[in-house]
Design a protein around this ligand. Structure first.
Ligand code: GTP
Ligand code: MG
Length: 337
């Protein structure tokens, strides 16, 4: 119930990112925001506000509490950070050129891939939500194997960073899937970097620290399974909902910056809740509210059907028609019917 009444918070604002060696630059920049002294900068960094964008999109009350400064001063800091952001317009032609670099990772099922216009797309966040047993985690396992295949086989020749919040990553299942594809199982396992998240702050940290690993390990896929479970249990009650959404907004912002800046596929899984006031249609909806709704470019609703059959429904995408397909989960993994 709580999610249906939550207020929409600021939409995620994308920061144009053209390279991956910005760490030092960002740290210099934050000190150079007018009104931010070394002490304030230190406090901001300690709490994870380590780049201009994070400050520019923060709320005044947040910055005020962290830096122990008044709200009007916090507002000035935020305004200064916003002024420092480059606007980063691109021509349509440049966007088209950039889209040529997009990688699409196969799900293992042709009909599922077709539904998504070729597979899970790099540069944006794809969310799958559904009830327990709807195959969200199975799909995560499958993608972490498939990303390692050559481009011609629907992979990205890359490794996977797997943030496991429910402790359901199973190497045995990876072995099964790798064998089914004729891949060296040990090699496949050694290219999946699993981070077990123990709470929402830890989960955020695992993603924030990912930057350094991406180049070093040739990461092409980041999975967060599941995005909301810790956030839901760490922030209980209506009063903490705004705090939760703010943190979530930040977390998603980091993920979307990584997706865009490093041309990665980001797959997040999400839980559902029942909307009891809905009279017609399927009353199931994803948790996470508007913040999440705006952050995920592709949203897919997963459902169980008879036996090993599963249903995937595309509910939101910028350029594809909504649709629904059937696929199955077998001992080999995700397959066509
Ligand atoms: P929650 O995390 O509980 O919300 O569910 P989920 O959507 O992540 O479900 P998950 O991906 O774990 O799917 C579970 C279903 O996948 C099971 O009910 C099985 O039908 C199927 N499954 C899981 N593991 C295997 C396996 O090793 N072999 C086969 N053939 N099927 C499996
Ligand atoms: Mg799961």
């Amino acid at each position: 119930m709580e999610e249906t009444t939550e207020k929409p918070l600021d939409e995620i604002v994308e920061e144009p990112e053209d390279n991956s060696t910005k760490k030092e630059e960002e740290e210099i920049q934050i000190d150079s925001i007018p009104g931010v002294g070394p002490k304030t900068a230190e406090k901001l960094k300690e709490t994870g506000y380590s780049d201009i964008m994070a400050i520019a999109t923060a709320s005044a009350s947040e910055i005020s509490a962290i830096c122990e400064i008044g709200v009007p001063t916090a507002n000035k800091v935020i305004a200064a950070a916003r002024a420092m952001l480059s606007m980063g317009y691109e021509t349509g032609l440049e966007v088209l050129e950039k889209r040529k670099d997009i990688i699409k990772i196969t799900t293992g099922s042709n009909s599922f891939d077709e539904l998504l216009g070729g597979g899970f797309e790099s540069g944006s966040i794809t969310e799958c939500y559904g009830a327990f047993g709807s195959a969200k985690t199975q799909l995560a396992h499958q993608l972490s194997v498939n990303v390692q295949c050559p481009r011609a086989d629907g992979g990205a020749n890359g490794a996977c960073l797997y943030v496991d919040t429910e402790h359901t990553f199973r190497p045995e299942r990876i072995i099964e899937m790798a064998r089914a594809k004729g891949l060296d199982e040990k090699k496949v396992l050694s290219n999946i970097f699993v981070g077990k998240a123990y709470n929402s702050d830890h989960q955020m940290l695992l993603v924030e620290k990912a930057k350094d690993m991406i180049k070093e390990k040739n990461i092409k896929l980041i999975i967060v399974d599941s995005l909301m479970s810790h956030f839901r249990s760490d922030y209980v009650g209506r009063g903490s909902l705004a705090d939760r959404q703010q943190k979530l907004n930040k977390h998603l912002h980091v993920l979307s910056k990584l997706a865009d800046g490093f041309n990665l596929v980001v797959y997040i899984t999400n839980q559902v809740m029942s909307k009891p006031d809905m009279m017609f249609g399927d009353p199931t909806q994803a948790v996470g509210g508007h913040v999440l709704h705006h952050a995920a470019t592709f949203r897919i609703y997963l459902r169980k059907s008879k036996g090993d059959t599963r249903v995937a429904k595309l509910v939101d995408s910028p350029n594809l028609p909504d649709g629904e397909i059937l696929y199955k989960i077998t001992s080999n993994g995700v397959e066509d019917m």
